[in-house]
Design a binder for this molecule. Structure first.
Ligand code: ATP
Length: 357
């Protein structure tokens, strides 16, 4: 079991590329934290500093309050699972799982085989122990890679986009399995992905990174409901949030399309240019006697998803997306009145920082 802590950690490559910028982050013992952000935001570099594959340029990385900046990977009690599994093609599943144990423990061959069997049972691949990787499906190979990590009883589990090579259905299944496995093992886990759905559904907390800078860390629902800035609001949530430019004065945000009263909901005084953020899920068909602010928009595209419909709309030169109930079925080109509850609207200042949270 381990607590991981970054204190003002930066990592600069070749003297110029700031991959991680002044990171302060504590990952609690036994916690499942997902690092999420677009390509190049510094996720892998952060993970590699935990693993000991990269050293911080400045600041301290500690495991259980001990600074380990200079400690090599093998002294950290960490197991890492990569996107490409990196299995040995000519070895059996059993040999792939036990290979590391041969050199890092003094377990005999039969004890190693026993451990391989236990781990394979845990992962539901015990019938595959004598097979070679090329005989396995992608999901089975992924389980072998996990088995190879679990068999070492690591203090910390690091996963770098481990599901990205799987098809969509298997990915969803493996998400749930991995989550369950992590809870059963209780191992501190850091998981890297650029997929916001994976982050939202898997982490106890998610840490959103952009250009090497930590934007926000919190429970998934907190990050979704109370994004600290426009980047987080835009990155988390699907379909993406709608942004509407406007102006805030006397507690009222006025835009070309809608006016929203934000009196009493701001955490600091602000007046000036502002952006409203409205999630597609927060737009609904207005009722005839609607009390909430409304948009008038024209339907451009309608996507039927079964339990809901996604409307792509034009309101003047503004493009909007709304996720509405399956019973709302306007025709293409129809005009529709959409309402939003004032308390569900996010408000950002002229630097993109939230004025609500
Ligand atoms: P991706 O999702 O594409 O893997 P990432 O969020 O994991 O991206 P990193 O791989 O940590 O991001 O890269 C962060 C930045 O550091 C990028 O600009 C990248 O080009 C740069 N970088 C990463 N590794 C090195 C390296 N070994 N040498 C020089 N620059 C590097």
């Amino acid at each position: 079991m381990s607590e991981l802590r970054f204190d003002s950690v930066s990592k600069v490559y070749s003297g110029t590329t700031v991959a991680v910028d002044d990171l302060d982050l504590t990952i609690e013992d036994g916690e499942f934290v997902v690092l999420v952000g677009p390509s190049g935001c510094g996720k892998t570099t952060t993970l590699e500093m935990i693993a000991g594959l990269q050293k911080p340029t400045s600041g301290d990385f500690t495991i259980d309050n001990e600074v380990v900046n200079e400690h090599p990977p093998q002294e950290r009690g960490i197991a890492m699972v990569f996107q490409n599994y990196a299995l040995y093609p000519h070895k059996t599943v059993r040999e792939n799982i036990t290979f590391g144990l041969k050199y890092t423990t003094d377990l005999g061959a039969s004890e190693r085989d026993e451990k391989a069997r236990e781990v394979a049972e845990l992962l539901g691949i015990e019938q595959l122990l004598d097979d070679k990787p090329k005989q396995l499906s992608g999901g089975q190979q992924q389980r072998v890679a996990l088995g190879r990590a679990i068999v070492r009883d690591p203090e910390v589990f690091l996963l770098d986009e481990p599901l990205s090579n799987l098809d969509a259905k298997l990915r969803t299944e493996m998400r749930a399995e991995l989550q369950q496995l992590q809870k059963d093992l209780g191992v501190t886990t850091v998981y890297v992905t650029h997929d916001q759905t994976e982050a939202m559904t898997m982490g106890d907390r998610i840490a959103v990174l952009n250009r090497g800078v930590l934007q926000q860390i919190g429970e998934p629902t907190e990050v979704y409901n109370e994004p600290s800035n426009e980047f987080v609001a835009n990155f988390i949530g699907s379909p993406s949030i709608n942004f509407v430019p406007g102006h805030l004065e006397d507690g009222m945000v006025t835009t070309d399309h809608v006016s929203v009263d934000v009196t009493g909901s701001l955490i600091r005084p602000y007046e000036g240019d502002t952006t409203l953020g409205i999630r597609p899920q927060d737009l609904r068909k207005a009722s005839p006697d609607e009390a909430s602010p409304t948009f008038t928009a024209t339907v451009r595209v309608l996507e039927k998803l079964g339990s809901e419909n996604v409307l792509h709309l034009d309101a003047g030169d503004l493009e909007l997306v709304a996720t509405v109930d399956e019973s709302v079925l306007p025709g293409i080109g129809d005009s529709i009145e959409l309402a939003v509850d004032e308390e569900r609207v996010h408000v950002f200042d002229d630097e993109g920082k939230s004025i609500k949270y």
